[in-house]
Design a protein around this ligand. Structure first.
Ligand SMILES: [Zn+2]
Length: 235
């Protein structure tokens, strides 16, 4: 099976069309880069926790990110969010199994959750993100969107040989929501709990050095405590 997005993107996009309110066909202000270089469908959807207030849907997995933001209830316990996340990751592995097995061996797509909680645990909100999985040109557009939503993704030191580009990771998609969450809860203490799983095996994955760099920077600036549930990565 090829990495074509054509077949995979149809169903989530249809779900988005039926679920969303105020979605516009790739027109500002919901989407900074409304034109796809690839000529494929692009939709802008409002998302209040993104800096610009909008998010561009360019692939199956960006559609899933948007669907989950609309479906995941707020103010759940960390345990409830993690249970939902593990169940969803398991279902996704089952659904996308043949596709994931055809990914090159050195590519391990991830799914990541970021749970923001206030202290003493009255408010919470979770975000689920995915590694960028798409054709090259669409991939470039998604990474460009992510960097525009969160310019800090451009900051990590130069990628090492064979390393992926900053903004490619599943965690990077969730980081874009942190500043708005910190602003929304200004004056409250914020705890950020994260977990990323390899979508092929469902094994926990520690942050890469680029993601660690970005979240440490954000935690200092936004004054939150970060706790990663995966064992640290040796890199
Ligand atoms: Zn990373």
């Amino acid at each position: 099976m090829s990495l074509s997005t054509a077949g995979w993107s149809g169903i989530p996009l249809l779900i988005i069309v039926s679920l969303s309110h105020g979605m516009t066909n790739a027109r500002p202000p919901y989407c900074k880069n409304p034109i796809s270089d690839n000529g494929g469908p692009v939709f802008g959807i409002p998302m209040e926790t993104i800096e610009d207030g909008g998010y561009a849907i360019r692939s199956t997995f960006t559609a899933l990110h948007a669907i989950l933001q609309h479906c995941l209830p707020e103010n759940q316990t960390i345990r409830q969010y993690l249970s939902t996340f593990l169940l969803f990751a398991t279902l996704l592995k089952r659904a996308f199994g043949p596709f994931l097995e055809n990914c090159p061996e050195n590519i391990n797509p991830k799914i990541a959750i970021l749970i923001c909680c206030d202290y003493p645990f009255r408010l919470s909100k979770a975000f689920i993100g995915f590694s960028v999985i798409a054709l090259r040109r669409v991939k470039d557009e998604i990474i460009r969107d992510r960097r525009e939503n969160l310019p800090d993704l451009c900051d990590p030191p130069m990628a090492r040989d064979g390393y992926w580009e900053p903004g490619n990771c599943a965690e990077a998609e969730t980081f874009a929501h942190l500043r708005k969450m910190a602003n929304k809860w200004k004056g409250r203490e914020m705890l950020v709990v994260s977990l990323a799983l390899d979508m092929k095996t469902l094994e926990p994955c520690g942050f890469c050095y680029q993601c660690r760099y970005v979240i440490r920077k954000l935690s200092k600036e936004c004054h939150f405590v970060w706790l990663d549930l995966a064992p640290p990565r040796i890199s």
